[in-house]
Ligand binder design. Structure first.
Ligand code: NDP
Length: 448
C-alpha cells in the first residue's frame, strides 16, 4: 500500500480497534484504489479518503419489546448513514445475534460503492439489530419490529434514508416495519422502505433480484471466456433469499445446483436441485422456517455438519450466506476441484486469502459489491415506481435488472483494464464505484 493510503487505513484501525470486519472492508477498497489515487491528485488534496471512511451519521438506540411470556426484552438498534453524496442513504437492515456497529459499518461502507455502480441515485447506509428472529413467534417479531420503528421513523424518509431487508429481514419483517411506520406517520405511498409486498407498493422481482443478479453477472464473466452457464454444476451456500433465487435462475438457465446450507450444515444433492425441490426449500425456509437438514431427510441425500459446500468439484461457486464464510483452505478446495467462476452473492463472503487464491489461479472472481448489486438496483426501481405512482410488469423489471447487471459488469471490466489490471473485477468495481462518489463529494464542497 502507498504510504498515504496506509496512513488513512492505520487511522481507521486506531480509532475503532475492535471493528475487524470494517477494517477488512476498508483495506480491500483502499488497496485497490491506489492507481486511481495516484492518477488523480485531487482526491488527496480534498481529503476524500479521510472523509469517505467516516460515516456521516451513526444512530444507536434501545429497542425494548415483550416476548410471548410477557417478559420485557431489550435489544440494540442501529442505523449507519454512511454517505449521501449520490442520493438518500440506501441499504438493508440486518437482524442477527452477531450484529454490532463494526459489522454494520463494513456493510454500509460496501454499500456506498455498490449503489454507485448501479448508476441509480442512491447513497450508502446500513442498519439492524442484534435481535435474532430464529425461533421467535410472528407476534414476537411484530412486537420487535414495531418497537424498532418507533425510533427509526425519526431518521428515515424518501429523500433522507430508505432501508430494505438483509439477513433476518424478509417480507414478513418489512411488512411489520412498514405497518408501524404508516401508523406513526399517517402516510402511505412515499417510498420509505423497499422490499414491500407487491400488493402495497413493492416492486415485482425485488425478492428475486439479488440472486438473479448474481447469476446474470456470472453469465457476463463467463462470456468473456467464451463459456456459458448452461450445463455447469454450481455450489451455493445459504438457503435464504439470495441463495434461493440464485438457485432458481441457475435452474432456469440449465445449470445444476448441487448444494445449499444454513448455519448448521450443508446438503449435497448430486442429481441437482430442480424447480420442484426448490419450491419445497422455499416452503421449508420461508413458511415453516425449518432447517436445511430436513431437505436431506426428505429427499434422501447427504447432509454434513463437518463439511462445506465447496468440496464437491463444482465449476461455479456462489457463496450466498454471510461474511467470511469461505476461507483460503476452502478456496483451494474449489480451485483443486476445477472451479472456473466465483460470484459473491453475500457481502464479503470470501476472506482476503480466498480472493487471492482465486485471482492467482485465474478463476473469474466477482466481488459482492458488483455481483450482488441487483437487489439494491431493484430497490432503486421500487423507489422510481413509487414516485411515479405506477408499476412495471415482471418482464419490464427483470429486463431493467438484467441491463443494470450487464452494465455493472462492463464498467468493472473496462475500469480494471483502464487502470492496468485486466480481469481484476475487485479493482474495477472499487475504482468505478469510488470515482463517481469522490467526484460528487468534490463538487459539493468539503462539508459533504
Ligand atoms: P437470509 O436471512 O434470507 O438468509 C441468510 C442465509 O445465510 C440463511 O440460510 C442463514 O442460515 C445463512 N447464514 C447466516 N449466517 C450464517 C453463518 N454465520 N454461517 C452460515 N450460514 C449463515 O439473508 P439473505 O439471503 O437476504 O442475505 C444473505 C447474504 O446476502 C448476506 O451477506 C446479505 O448481506 C447479502 N445480500 C442480501 C441482499 C438481499 O437483497 N437480501 C442484497 C445484497 C446482499 P440460518 O438460517 O441458519 O441463519
Amino acid at each position: 500500500m502507498d504510504s498515504y493510503i496506509e496512513s488513512v487505513y492505520n487511522a481507521v484501525v486506531e480509532k475503532d480497534p475492535t471493528q475487524k470486519e470494517f477494517h477488512q472492508a476498508v483495506r480491500e477498497v483502499l488497496e485497490s484504489l491506489e492507481p486511481a489515487i495516484q492518477k488523480h491528485p485531487k482526491f488527496k488534496e480534498f481529503a476524500i479518503l479521510e472523509r469517505i471512511v467516516e460515516p456521516e451519521r451513526v444512530i444507536q438506540f434501545r429497542v425494548p419489546w415483550k416476548d410471548k411470556d410477557g417478559r420485557i426484552q431489550v435489544n440494540r438498534g442501529f442505523r449507519v448513514e454512511f454517505n449521501s453524496a449520490l442520493g438518500p442513504y440506501k441499504g438493508g437492515l440486518r437482524f442477527h445475534r452477531t450484529v454490532n456497529l463494526g459489522i454494520l459499518k463494513f456493510l454500509g461502507f460496501e454499500q456506498i460503492f455498490k449503489n454507485s455502480l448501479t448508476g441509480l441515485p442512491m447513497g450508502g447506509g446500513k442498519g439492524g439489530s442484534d435481535f435474532d428472529p430464529h425461533g421467535k413467534t410472528d407476534a414476537e417479531v411484530e412486537a420487535f419490529c414495531t418497537s424498532f420503528m418507533l425510533e427509526l421513523n425519526r431518521h428515515i424518509g424518501q429523500f433522507t434514508d430508505v432501508p430494505a431487508g438483509d439477513i433476518g429481514v424478509g417480507g414478513r419483517e418489512i411488512g411489520y416495519l412498514y405497518g408501524a411506520y404508516r401508523k406513526i406517520k399517517n402516510v402511505h405511498g412515499t417510498c420509505v422502505l423497499t422490499g414491500k409486498g407487491a400488493g402495497w407498493g413493492g416492486s415485482l422481482i425485488r425478492p428475486e433480484a439479488t440472486g438473479y443478479g448474481v447469476v446474470y453477472f456470472v453469465q457476463e464473466m463467463l462470456k468473456t471466456k467464451g463459456e456459458k452457464i448452461k450445463g455447469k454444476t454450481v455450489a451455493i451456500s445459504g438457503s435464504g433469499n439470495v441463495a434461493q433465487h440464485a438457485t432458481e435462475k441457475c435452474i432456469q438457465l440449465g445449470a445444476k445446483v448441487v448444494t445449499l446450507s444454513d448455519s448448521n450444515g450443508n446438503i449435497y444433492d448430486p442429481n441437482g436441485i430442480d424447480a420442484e425441490k426448490l419450491a419445497w426449500v422455499k416452503e421449508l425456509k420461508n413458511v415453516r422456517r425449518g432447517r436445511i437438514k430436513e431437505y436431506a431427510e426428505h429427499f434422501g441425500v447427504e447432509y454434513s455438519t463437518e463439511s462445506n459446500p465447496w468440496v464437491y468439484g463444482t465449476q461455479i461457486a456462489l457463496p450466498c450466506a454471510t461474511q467470511n464464510e469461505l476461507d483460503g483452505k476452502e478456496a483451494q478446495a474449489l480451485v483443486d476441484g476445477g472451479v472456473i467462476a466465483v460470484g459473491e452473492g453475500a457481502n464479503m463472503p470470501c476472506t482476503p486469502d480466498a480472493v487471492e487464491i482465486f485471482q492467482n489461479a485465474g478463476v473469474l472472481f466477482a466481488p459482492g459489491k458488483a455481483a450482488n448489486a441487483g437487489g439494491v438496483a431493484v430497490s432503486g426501481l421500487e423507489m422510481a415506481q413509487n414516485s411515479m405512482r405506477y408499476f412495471w410488469t415482471r418482464e419490464e423489471v427483470d429486463r431493467k435488472l438484467h441491463e443494470i447487471m450487464v452494465g455493472i459488469h462492463k464498467t468493472a471490466y473496462e475500469t480494471a483494464e483502464k487502470y492496468g489490471k485486466p480481469g481484476d473485477y475487485v479493482m474495477g468495481a472499487n475504482i468505478a464505484g469510488f470515482l463517481k462518489v469522490a467526484n460528487a463529494m468534490i463538487d459539493m464542497g468539503y462539508l459533504s
